[in-house]
Design a protein around this ligand. Sequence first.
Ligand SMILES: C[S@@+](CC[C@H](N)C(=O)[O-])C[C@H]1O[C@@H](n2cnc3c(N)ncnc32)[C@H](O)[C@@H]1O
Length: 300
Amino acid sequence: MTVVTTDRSVRSLLKQGIGRLREANVPSFTLVAELLLLYVAARDRTWLYAHPEEILSADTTSQYFALIQRRANGEPTQHLTGKQEFWDLEFEITSDVLIPRPETEHLIEVALDRLALRELRAGRPPRLTGNGLTLVDVGTGSGCIAIALAKELPDANVYATDISATALDVARRNAARRGFADRIRFLESDLFEAFTPVRFDLIVSNPPYVGRRTAETLAREVREHEPEVALYGGEEGYEFYAELVAQSHEFLKPGGLLVLELGHDSLPAVQPLLESRHWTNLGVTNDLAGIPRVLAVERT
Ligand SMILES: C[S@@+](CC[C@H](N)C(=O)[O-])C[C@H]1O[C@@H](n2cnc3c(N)ncnc32)[C@H](O)[C@@H]1O
């Protein structure tokens, strides 16, 4: 893109960036232009509208337009800024990990609610510190779920696994940055293979659940830039759940909880895996779009 601009004011740069992104059909183009401008200027949001006349340096301006062009070409905003918020925490993001999605926060909410319910049923007050609990996040990616749970359950014993060594490097850095390095044990593992002697009170997972046969329907940002190992759960997408459910049964304590994120069409394939005498108290929670998003169930 050749950008001819003599006006390097915040207002003008924003307007030009928005125009370019709109032209390229980038979703939420205004927000994206704002985020990229804030990123290159190393400022926060209040500055943006308080100082529309401020002139940015030629260097900052060219960095900004370079990022606008990369976003217009399909790179996710989070790969350009290197960060994403999740559960009110900022996470480092690279192309080695899935970008945490807002709907995954429902999984944290459901896990905490179900743990509290278990306490109530046992006649104990539902205030949870995680004392005595051992939990694992299978397929931790950026570490977002494990770190959010470690934050909410300060006394829990937290494990996180991933088959991807490069994803685990990012997760470990995220944990260290937030002061959770000594709270979470990160393990490179194909599902539970690294865990023979450990049994869990809670297993959580946002597994790969996209079907390879539907890959073409994914947004280009996702298909071309996010790791395949984080996206595809098999040809149909739901295949991964079968092994995850079978191994979770083996690794949960009796009465232990399994909380899974579901793909938008996974429920009909996943629910039957849990309708057996091995499982009880199955519940499904919809996301804000009304899609069944989180499944929670207890091992009998
Ligand atoms: C959908 S991403 C979820 C990442 C993160 N938990 C989140 O919610 O943003 C799935 C993750 O599972 C990991 N994964 C894929 N196959 C795996 C396996 N067999 N065992 C463990 N982790 C696996 C991927 O590397 C990826 O990080």
